[in-house]
Write a protein that binds this ligand. Sequence first.
Ligand SMILES: NC(=O)c1ccc[n+]([C@@H]2O[C@H](COP(=O)([O-])OP(=O)(O)OC[C@H]3O[C@@H](n4cnc5c(N)ncnc54)[C@H](O)[C@@H]3O)[C@@H](O)[C@H]2O)c1
Length: 302
Amino acid sequence: MGGFLEGKNIAVTGAGRGIGRAVALACASEGARVVVNDYGVSMAGEDPTSEVADAVVKEIKDLGGEALAVCDSVATMEGGNRIVQSAIDSWGSIDGVVCVAGILRERMLFNMTEEEWDPVIATHLKGTFTVFRAACAAMKDQKSGSLVAFTSGAFAASVAQANYAAAKGGIVSLMRSAAAGMNRYGVNANAIAPVARTRMSENVPMDLDEIGDPEDVAALAVYLLSDEARHITGQIYTQAGKKIALWNQPIEIREMRTSEDHWSTTEIAKRLNSEIGQEEMPILAQLEAYRKAAQAKEKASS
Ligand SMILES: NC(=O)c1ccc[n+]([C@@H]2O[C@H](COP(=O)([O-])OP(=O)(O)OC[C@H]3O[C@@H](n4cnc5c(N)ncnc54)[C@H](O)[C@@H]3O)[C@@H](O)[C@H]2O)c1
């Protein structure tokens, strides 16, 4: 207990289980009043129940903290508004929001259906928008606040989760836009790409060599919400067990210009490879290494 969030009002989505639950408990133990939002759904986003959020509110209250439950889906504007407004109505302000809620519907891109695409985008990307939107309106008037989004290393690319990767990439751009647009109002925005043991990570089809517990992720979320991190904005941090790492900013790294009035495909074909080329895509080498390791294992067992 460091009192990092003493007197603050924080809303956490997806706070009924896994990382969100750990963030909600850590916020409460650092002195915050906490809106615990969870729709209480299966990993695919089905069968909602209010019990999940209620249980975490009880946990916080049993530990002497203050919390209230909101069981709406983050994928609706009403849900996003209620999550933020309930903090303002009950406690007078919203000082931080942490958008953790998420679901998975894995499928190779060539087989993915609309029913697998839409809810994943709605929960992650729209679900971050609805809460950020409501929070920004209040924080603009307050002239202070912290926004924390949850992305994933998968935003860089994912073989069997194009829907999830696209949503997590969208969240990065949304977070950066919030950081740019809200900076003048004293509001910061950052994203965490976690790797932690939860029901969701149990599903990852490969060995994760660096993984921690939800509490490790929560420690970073608390720091980013605190006044000590007020100067940090527009960043993505990986939190994976003992590792915290910073991602780079997307910038142009090489350029070429034509001396003609317009580019022709012939000129591009002549110059692009030698002058600006392409950047390495690390996942392709990783996938090749997995494929070779699997082949070697198969050979050894036959
Ligand atoms: N666990 C990891 O290693 C890992 C890795 C990368 C990214 N993430 C991201 O971290 C976040 C938390 O993941 P987790 O592992 O704790 O998952 P989890 O499945 O344990 O918890 C997610 C929670 O979100 C809730 N939820 C789902 N849809 C909702 C909705 N529409 N409205 C409100 N709540 C909703 C669920 O009921 C659940 O309690 C997710 O955004 C996930 O994509 C996790």
